[in-house]
Design a protein around this ligand. Structure first.
Ligand SMILES: Nc1ncnc2c1ncn2[C@@H]1O[C@H](COP(=O)(O)OP(=O)(O)OP(=O)(O)O)[C@@H](O)[C@H]1O
Ligand SMILES: [Mg+2]
Length: 387
Protein backbone atom coordinates (compact mmCIF):
# COMPACT_ATOMS: atom_id res chain seq x y z
CA UNK A 1 0.00 0.00 0.00
CA UNK A 2 1.35 3.38 -0.92
CA UNK A 3 2.13 5.89 1.79
CA UNK A 4 0.03 8.47 -0.04
CA UNK A 5 -3.67 7.94 0.36
CA UNK A 6 -5.18 8.94 -2.95
CA UNK A 7 -8.61 10.38 -3.64
CA UNK A 8 -9.25 9.72 -7.32
CA UNK A 9 -13.06 9.94 -7.13
CA UNK A 10 -12.96 13.33 -5.48
CA UNK A 11 -10.43 14.52 -8.04
CA UNK A 12 -12.41 13.16 -10.98
CA UNK A 13 -15.54 14.85 -9.73
CA UNK A 14 -13.77 18.18 -9.33
CA UNK A 15 -12.20 17.79 -12.75
CA UNK A 16 -15.60 17.15 -14.33
CA UNK A 17 -17.09 20.20 -12.63
CA UNK A 18 -14.22 22.35 -13.86
CA UNK A 19 -13.89 21.09 -17.42
CA UNK A 20 -17.50 20.24 -18.27
CA UNK A 21 -19.54 22.29 -15.84
CA UNK A 22 -23.29 21.92 -15.73
CA UNK A 23 -25.39 25.06 -15.65
CA UNK A 24 -24.97 25.43 -11.90
CA UNK A 25 -21.19 25.00 -11.99
CA UNK A 26 -20.48 27.34 -14.87
CA UNK A 27 -19.15 29.90 -12.40
CA UNK A 28 -16.18 27.62 -11.83
CA UNK A 29 -14.81 28.76 -15.18
CA UNK A 30 -14.35 32.15 -13.58
CA UNK A 31 -11.79 30.55 -11.31
CA UNK A 32 -11.72 28.17 -8.39
CA UNK A 33 -10.03 28.95 -5.10
CA UNK A 34 -9.38 26.28 -2.50
CA UNK A 35 -8.38 27.23 1.00
CA UNK A 36 -7.18 24.96 3.77
CA UNK A 37 -4.89 25.14 6.77
CA UNK A 38 -1.17 24.49 6.47
CA UNK A 39 0.17 20.93 6.23
CA UNK A 40 -3.24 19.39 5.58
CA UNK A 41 -2.26 17.92 2.21
CA UNK A 42 -3.32 20.53 -0.32
CA UNK A 43 -0.21 20.26 -2.48
CA UNK A 44 -0.23 16.48 -2.26
CA UNK A 45 -3.85 16.39 -3.41
CA UNK A 46 -3.16 18.75 -6.31
CA UNK A 47 -0.13 16.86 -7.57
CA UNK A 48 -1.21 13.28 -6.92
CA UNK A 49 -4.92 13.48 -7.59
CA UNK A 50 -6.20 16.63 -9.26
CA UNK A 51 -3.48 17.14 -11.89
CA UNK A 52 -3.69 13.51 -13.10
CA UNK A 53 -7.51 13.70 -13.18
CA UNK A 54 -7.44 16.89 -15.23
CA UNK A 55 -4.85 15.43 -17.60
CA UNK A 56 -6.83 12.24 -17.89
CA UNK A 57 -9.74 14.38 -19.04
CA UNK A 58 -7.54 15.90 -21.75
CA UNK A 59 -6.58 19.21 -20.14
CA UNK A 60 -3.17 20.78 -20.37
CA UNK A 61 -2.09 21.58 -16.81
CA UNK A 62 0.47 24.05 -15.55
CA UNK A 63 1.40 24.10 -11.87
CA UNK A 64 3.30 26.69 -9.90
CA UNK A 65 3.91 26.95 -6.16
CA UNK A 66 4.38 30.51 -4.95
CA UNK A 67 5.87 29.22 -1.72
CA UNK A 68 8.57 27.30 -3.54
CA UNK A 69 10.59 30.47 -3.26
CA UNK A 70 9.10 33.24 -1.16
CA UNK A 71 11.95 35.58 -2.03
CA UNK A 72 11.08 35.57 -5.72
CA UNK A 73 8.33 37.77 -7.04
CA UNK A 74 5.16 35.67 -7.60
CA UNK A 75 4.70 37.20 -11.04
CA UNK A 76 8.14 35.94 -12.07
CA UNK A 77 7.31 32.42 -10.87
CA UNK A 78 4.03 32.30 -12.80
CA UNK A 79 5.58 33.66 -15.98
CA UNK A 80 8.38 31.13 -15.71
CA UNK A 81 5.86 28.28 -15.46
CA UNK A 82 3.93 29.51 -18.49
CA UNK A 83 7.10 30.01 -20.54
CA UNK A 84 8.31 26.55 -19.55
CA UNK A 85 5.10 25.00 -20.85
CA UNK A 86 5.23 26.96 -24.10
CA UNK A 87 8.85 25.95 -24.63
CA UNK A 88 8.07 22.32 -23.99
CA UNK A 89 5.24 22.36 -26.50
CA UNK A 90 7.58 23.80 -29.11
CA UNK A 91 9.91 20.89 -28.59
CA UNK A 92 9.09 18.01 -30.94
CA UNK A 93 8.33 14.77 -29.12
CA UNK A 94 8.28 16.37 -25.68
CA UNK A 95 6.36 14.45 -23.06
CA UNK A 96 3.74 17.17 -22.87
CA UNK A 97 3.07 16.90 -26.61
CA UNK A 98 2.83 13.15 -26.32
CA UNK A 99 0.29 13.52 -23.55
CA UNK A 100 -1.82 15.88 -25.64
CA UNK A 101 -1.61 13.59 -28.60
CA UNK A 102 -2.67 10.64 -26.54
CA UNK A 103 -5.88 12.36 -25.52
CA UNK A 104 -6.30 13.31 -29.17
CA UNK A 105 -6.74 17.05 -28.82
CA UNK A 106 -3.72 18.74 -30.39
CA UNK A 107 -3.64 18.57 -34.18
CA UNK A 108 0.08 19.37 -34.43
CA UNK A 109 1.17 15.83 -33.83
CA UNK A 110 4.78 15.33 -32.89
CA UNK A 111 6.14 18.44 -34.58
CA UNK A 112 5.66 20.91 -31.80
CA UNK A 113 3.66 24.09 -31.54
CA UNK A 114 4.64 27.23 -33.41
CA UNK A 115 3.98 30.48 -31.58
CA UNK A 116 3.92 33.85 -33.32
CA UNK A 117 6.16 35.38 -30.67
CA UNK A 118 9.35 34.76 -28.77
CA UNK A 119 8.63 32.76 -25.64
CA UNK A 120 11.13 34.67 -23.53
CA UNK A 121 9.34 37.92 -24.31
CA UNK A 122 5.93 36.82 -22.94
CA UNK A 123 4.78 39.22 -20.26
CA UNK A 124 7.67 41.64 -20.77
CA UNK A 125 7.35 45.18 -21.96
CA UNK A 126 6.84 45.16 -25.71
CA UNK A 127 6.32 41.38 -25.71
CA UNK A 128 2.98 39.56 -26.00
CA UNK A 129 0.70 39.71 -22.98
CA UNK A 130 -0.15 36.62 -20.96
CA UNK A 131 -3.61 36.85 -22.52
CA UNK A 132 -2.21 36.63 -26.05
CA UNK A 133 0.18 33.82 -25.18
CA UNK A 134 -2.50 31.78 -23.43
CA UNK A 135 -4.99 32.38 -26.25
CA UNK A 136 -2.53 30.97 -28.76
CA UNK A 137 -1.86 28.09 -26.41
CA UNK A 138 -5.57 27.19 -26.14
CA UNK A 139 -6.04 27.55 -29.89
CA UNK A 140 -3.18 25.25 -30.79
CA UNK A 141 -3.74 22.74 -28.02
CA UNK A 142 -7.46 22.69 -28.85
CA UNK A 143 -8.20 21.75 -25.29
CA UNK A 144 -8.72 23.23 -21.85
CA UNK A 145 -5.69 24.85 -20.29
CA UNK A 146 -5.57 24.82 -16.50
CA UNK A 147 -3.22 26.93 -14.46
CA UNK A 148 -2.86 25.89 -10.83
CA UNK A 149 -1.25 28.41 -8.52
CA UNK A 150 -0.43 26.96 -5.12
CA UNK A 151 -0.41 29.49 -2.25
CA UNK A 152 -1.99 32.11 -4.50
CA UNK A 153 -2.49 34.48 -1.55
CA UNK A 154 1.21 35.23 -1.86
CA UNK A 155 0.35 37.09 -5.06
CA UNK A 156 -1.73 39.77 -3.37
CA UNK A 157 1.18 40.73 -1.14
CA UNK A 158 2.90 42.72 -3.85
CA UNK A 159 1.93 45.09 -6.64
CA UNK A 160 3.59 42.85 -9.22
CA UNK A 161 1.62 39.89 -7.92
CA UNK A 162 -1.64 41.81 -8.20
CA UNK A 163 -0.75 42.84 -11.73
CA UNK A 164 -0.16 39.21 -12.54
CA UNK A 165 -3.61 38.24 -11.22
CA UNK A 166 -5.15 40.96 -13.36
CA UNK A 167 -3.21 39.65 -16.37
CA UNK A 168 -4.59 36.15 -15.71
CA UNK A 169 -8.11 37.52 -15.44
CA UNK A 170 -7.57 39.34 -18.73
CA UNK A 171 -6.49 36.03 -20.27
CA UNK A 172 -9.59 34.30 -18.98
CA UNK A 173 -11.82 37.06 -20.35
CA UNK A 174 -10.03 37.00 -23.71
CA UNK A 175 -10.35 33.24 -24.16
CA UNK A 176 -13.48 31.89 -22.54
CA UNK A 177 -16.32 34.02 -23.93
CA UNK A 178 -15.36 33.39 -27.57
CA UNK A 179 -18.09 31.46 -29.37
CA UNK A 180 -16.76 28.05 -30.32
CA UNK A 181 -13.53 28.41 -28.35
CA UNK A 182 -11.60 25.11 -28.72
CA UNK A 183 -10.89 25.14 -25.00
CA UNK A 184 -11.21 27.23 -21.87
CA UNK A 185 -8.63 28.79 -19.63
CA UNK A 186 -9.28 27.70 -16.08
CA UNK A 187 -7.53 29.13 -13.08
CA UNK A 188 -7.23 27.25 -9.80
CA UNK A 189 -5.65 28.84 -6.77
CA UNK A 190 -5.02 27.37 -3.34
CA UNK A 191 -3.98 28.98 -0.14
CA UNK A 192 -3.46 28.39 3.55
CA UNK A 193 -5.13 31.55 4.64
CA UNK A 194 -8.86 31.20 4.34
CA UNK A 195 -9.70 34.85 4.92
CA UNK A 196 -7.17 36.03 2.38
CA UNK A 197 -8.15 33.49 -0.22
CA UNK A 198 -11.85 34.28 0.09
CA UNK A 199 -11.00 37.93 -0.17
CA UNK A 200 -9.54 37.23 -3.59
CA UNK A 201 -12.97 36.30 -4.82
CA UNK A 202 -15.13 38.51 -2.64
CA UNK A 203 -13.65 41.95 -2.94
CA UNK A 204 -14.84 43.89 -5.92
CA UNK A 205 -11.43 45.36 -6.58
CA UNK A 206 -9.75 41.96 -6.65
CA UNK A 207 -8.97 40.39 -9.99
CA UNK A 208 -11.06 37.30 -9.40
CA UNK A 209 -14.18 38.84 -7.96
CA UNK A 210 -17.05 36.43 -8.62
CA UNK A 211 -14.92 33.30 -8.84
CA UNK A 212 -15.78 30.39 -6.56
CA UNK A 213 -14.05 29.94 -3.24
CA UNK A 214 -14.44 26.64 -1.40
CA UNK A 215 -12.73 24.97 1.54
CA UNK A 216 -10.13 22.34 0.63
CA UNK A 217 -11.68 18.94 1.42
CA UNK A 218 -9.48 17.72 4.28
CA UNK A 219 -8.51 14.08 4.63
CA UNK A 220 -11.14 12.16 6.54
CA UNK A 221 -11.88 8.88 8.28
CA UNK A 222 -11.05 6.93 5.12
CA UNK A 223 -7.49 8.24 5.27
CA UNK A 224 -7.22 7.29 8.95
CA UNK A 225 -8.59 3.84 8.15
CA UNK A 226 -6.01 3.44 5.38
CA UNK A 227 -3.27 4.41 7.82
CA UNK A 228 -4.40 1.94 10.47
CA UNK A 229 -4.62 -0.82 7.88
CA UNK A 230 -1.05 -0.13 6.77
CA UNK A 231 0.14 -0.32 10.37
CA UNK A 232 -1.72 -3.57 10.83
CA UNK A 233 -0.06 -5.01 7.74
CA UNK A 234 3.29 -4.03 9.23
CA UNK A 235 2.40 -6.14 12.23
CA UNK A 236 1.31 -3.48 14.70
CA UNK A 237 -1.07 -4.99 17.22
CA UNK A 238 -1.95 -2.44 19.84
CA UNK A 239 -3.74 0.03 17.65
CA UNK A 240 -6.48 2.47 18.59
CA UNK A 241 -9.98 1.94 17.27
CA UNK A 242 -10.89 3.82 14.12
CA UNK A 243 -13.25 6.06 16.04
CA UNK A 244 -10.63 7.24 18.52
CA UNK A 245 -8.01 7.62 15.80
CA UNK A 246 -10.35 9.79 13.73
CA UNK A 247 -11.00 11.94 16.77
CA UNK A 248 -7.24 12.34 17.34
CA UNK A 249 -6.75 13.25 13.70
CA UNK A 250 -9.32 16.02 14.12
CA UNK A 251 -7.56 17.27 17.27
CA UNK A 252 -4.40 17.49 15.21
CA UNK A 253 -6.08 19.71 12.63
CA UNK A 254 -6.32 16.89 10.02
CA UNK A 255 -2.57 16.98 9.50
CA UNK A 256 -1.08 13.67 8.35
CA UNK A 257 2.40 14.41 9.67
CA UNK A 258 1.10 15.11 13.16
CA UNK A 259 -1.04 11.97 13.04
CA UNK A 260 2.00 9.87 12.17
CA UNK A 261 3.91 11.45 15.02
CA UNK A 262 1.09 10.67 17.43
CA UNK A 263 0.89 7.04 16.33
CA UNK A 264 4.67 6.73 16.55
CA UNK A 265 4.61 8.01 20.12
CA UNK A 266 1.78 5.67 20.94
CA UNK A 267 3.66 2.63 19.68
CA UNK A 268 6.83 3.62 21.57
CA UNK A 269 5.40 4.70 24.86
CA UNK A 270 2.27 2.69 25.43
CA UNK A 271 2.89 0.86 28.71
CA UNK A 272 2.32 -2.89 28.83
CA UNK A 273 -1.36 -3.52 29.25
CA UNK A 274 -2.11 0.13 28.41
CA UNK A 275 -5.19 0.96 26.39
CA UNK A 276 -4.33 2.69 23.07
CA UNK A 277 -7.73 4.37 23.05
CA UNK A 278 -6.96 6.05 26.36
CA UNK A 279 -3.44 7.15 25.47
CA UNK A 280 -3.87 8.44 21.94
CA UNK A 281 -6.16 11.35 22.84
CA UNK A 282 -3.64 12.56 25.45
CA UNK A 283 -0.77 12.35 22.99
CA UNK A 284 -2.81 14.20 20.37
CA UNK A 285 -3.68 17.02 22.74
CA UNK A 286 -0.02 17.47 23.69
CA UNK A 287 1.19 17.37 20.12
CA UNK A 288 -1.41 19.91 19.11
CA UNK A 289 0.20 22.51 21.27
CA UNK A 290 3.80 21.61 20.40
CA UNK A 291 3.08 21.83 16.66
CA UNK A 292 2.83 25.57 16.89
CA UNK A 293 5.83 25.77 19.24
CA UNK A 294 8.22 25.07 16.41
CA UNK A 295 7.02 28.12 14.54
CA UNK A 296 6.91 30.24 17.68
CA UNK A 297 10.47 29.18 18.44
CA UNK A 298 11.55 30.53 15.07
CA UNK A 299 10.12 33.88 16.14
CA UNK A 300 12.06 33.79 19.39
CA UNK A 301 15.25 33.01 17.57
CA UNK A 302 14.89 36.24 15.64
CA UNK A 303 15.19 38.12 18.92
CA UNK A 304 13.08 39.95 21.44
CA UNK A 305 12.07 42.79 19.14
CA UNK A 306 10.89 40.27 16.53
CA UNK A 307 8.87 38.58 19.26
CA UNK A 308 7.29 41.88 20.28
CA UNK A 309 6.41 42.71 16.67
CA UNK A 310 5.02 39.22 16.11
CA UNK A 311 2.93 39.53 19.29
CA UNK A 312 1.46 42.78 18.08
CA UNK A 313 0.46 41.13 14.80
CA UNK A 314 -0.75 37.88 16.36
CA UNK A 315 -2.92 39.64 18.94
CA UNK A 316 -4.70 41.69 16.29
CA UNK A 317 -7.95 40.30 14.93
CA UNK A 318 -7.89 40.86 11.17
CA UNK A 319 -5.14 42.96 9.64
CA UNK A 320 -2.44 44.47 11.85
CA UNK A 321 -1.62 48.05 10.92
CA UNK A 322 0.67 50.71 12.23
CA UNK A 323 3.60 48.41 12.98
CA UNK A 324 6.05 51.21 12.31
CA UNK A 325 4.32 54.01 14.21
CA UNK A 326 5.77 55.86 17.18
CA UNK A 327 2.98 54.28 19.24
CA UNK A 328 4.07 50.83 18.22
CA UNK A 329 7.70 51.65 18.97
CA UNK A 330 6.65 52.72 22.46
CA UNK A 331 4.83 49.39 22.93
CA UNK A 332 7.85 47.42 21.77
CA UNK A 333 10.02 49.49 24.14
CA UNK A 334 7.79 48.50 27.00
CA UNK A 335 7.66 44.85 25.96
CA UNK A 336 11.41 44.31 25.65
CA UNK A 337 12.61 46.75 28.26
CA UNK A 338 14.88 48.88 26.14
CA UNK A 339 14.41 51.89 23.90
CA UNK A 340 13.24 50.83 20.40
CA UNK A 341 13.79 53.31 17.60
CA UNK A 342 11.32 53.42 14.70
CA UNK A 343 14.00 52.69 12.11
CA UNK A 344 14.86 49.41 13.84
CA UNK A 345 11.44 47.99 13.04
CA UNK A 346 11.56 47.56 9.26
CA UNK A 347 14.54 45.16 9.19
CA UNK A 348 12.85 43.03 11.85
CA UNK A 349 9.62 42.91 9.88
CA UNK A 350 11.67 41.89 6.85
CA UNK A 351 13.20 39.03 8.86
CA UNK A 352 9.76 37.82 9.91
CA UNK A 353 8.56 38.03 6.30
CA UNK A 354 11.60 36.16 5.00
CA UNK A 355 10.98 33.37 7.54
CA UNK A 356 7.37 33.23 6.25
CA UNK A 357 6.08 33.76 9.77
CA UNK A 358 4.12 36.84 8.83
CA UNK A 359 2.82 38.06 5.52
CA UNK A 360 2.07 41.41 4.00
CA UNK A 361 -1.61 41.68 3.18
CA UNK A 362 -1.65 45.08 1.57
CA UNK A 363 -0.12 48.49 2.08
CA UNK A 364 0.98 48.65 5.71
CA UNK A 365 -1.15 45.61 6.63
CA UNK A 366 0.29 42.41 8.04
CA UNK A 367 -0.96 39.10 9.34
CA UNK A 368 0.37 35.82 10.74
CA UNK A 369 1.03 33.46 7.81
CA UNK A 370 -0.34 30.36 9.48
CA UNK A 371 -3.73 30.85 11.14
CA UNK A 372 -3.19 27.68 13.21
CA UNK A 373 -0.03 29.17 14.71
CA UNK A 374 -1.92 32.33 15.53
CA UNK A 375 -4.69 30.33 17.16
CA UNK A 376 -2.21 28.36 19.25
CA UNK A 377 -0.39 31.55 20.17
CA UNK A 378 -3.68 32.96 21.46
CA UNK A 379 -4.47 29.79 23.40
CA UNK A 380 -1.06 29.93 25.07
CA UNK A 381 -1.38 33.61 25.78
CA UNK A 382 -4.75 33.09 27.43
CA UNK A 383 -3.24 30.31 29.52
CA UNK A 384 -0.24 32.46 30.55
CA UNK A 385 -2.56 35.25 31.54
CA UNK A 386 -4.57 33.03 33.85
CA UNK A 387 -1.44 31.71 35.61
N1 LIG B 1 -3.19 11.90 0.96
C1 LIG B 1 -2.13 11.82 1.77
N2 LIG B 1 -1.69 10.62 2.21
C2 LIG B 1 -0.62 10.54 3.02
N3 LIG B 1 0.09 11.59 3.44
C3 LIG B 1 -0.29 12.81 3.04
C4 LIG B 1 -1.42 12.99 2.19
N4 LIG B 1 -1.57 14.31 1.95
C5 LIG B 1 -0.59 14.91 2.62
N5 LIG B 1 0.20 14.03 3.26
C6 LIG B 1 1.39 14.38 4.03
O1 LIG B 1 1.12 15.54 4.81
C7 LIG B 1 2.19 16.48 4.73
C8 LIG B 1 1.68 17.80 4.22
O2 LIG B 1 1.24 17.66 2.89
P1 LIG B 1 1.26 18.86 1.85
O3 LIG B 1 2.60 19.45 1.74
O4 LIG B 1 0.62 18.34 0.62
O5 LIG B 1 0.28 19.86 2.58
P2 LIG B 1 -0.01 21.39 2.26
O6 LIG B 1 -1.37 21.64 2.78
O7 LIG B 1 0.24 21.67 0.84
O8 LIG B 1 1.08 22.08 3.17
P3 LIG B 1 1.67 23.57 3.10
O9 LIG B 1 0.76 24.39 3.92
O10 LIG B 1 3.03 23.44 3.72
O11 LIG B 1 1.72 23.97 1.67
C9 LIG B 1 3.24 15.83 3.86
O12 LIG B 1 4.21 15.23 4.66
C10 LIG B 1 2.48 14.78 3.09
O13 LIG B 1 3.29 13.69 2.74
MG1 LIG C 1 1.40 23.18 -0.09
Amino acid sequence: MSSIYRRPELAAQMSRQLLNPGVLDEGLRSGLFLSGLRRTGKTTFLLNDLVPALEEAGALVMYVDLWSDTQTNPAVLVLAAVRRTLAELQTPASSMLRKLKRVGSADVGAFGFKFGFKIDSVGTEGGPTLARALTELVDQARTNVVLIVDEVQQAITSDDGNQMLLALKAARDAINPRPGTPGHFIFIGTGSHRALVSELTARRNQAFAGATSVPYPVLDADYVGHLLKRLQQEGAVRLPTLEVAVQAFATLGNRPEEMLKALRQLSRHLPPGGNPDEHLPVIAATLRSTAADIELMKVEQLGSLATAVFERIASTKGDARGLFSADAAADYTKAIGREVRVEEIQPIVNDLLAANLIMRKGHGMYGVTDPFVQEMWREKKALDDTL
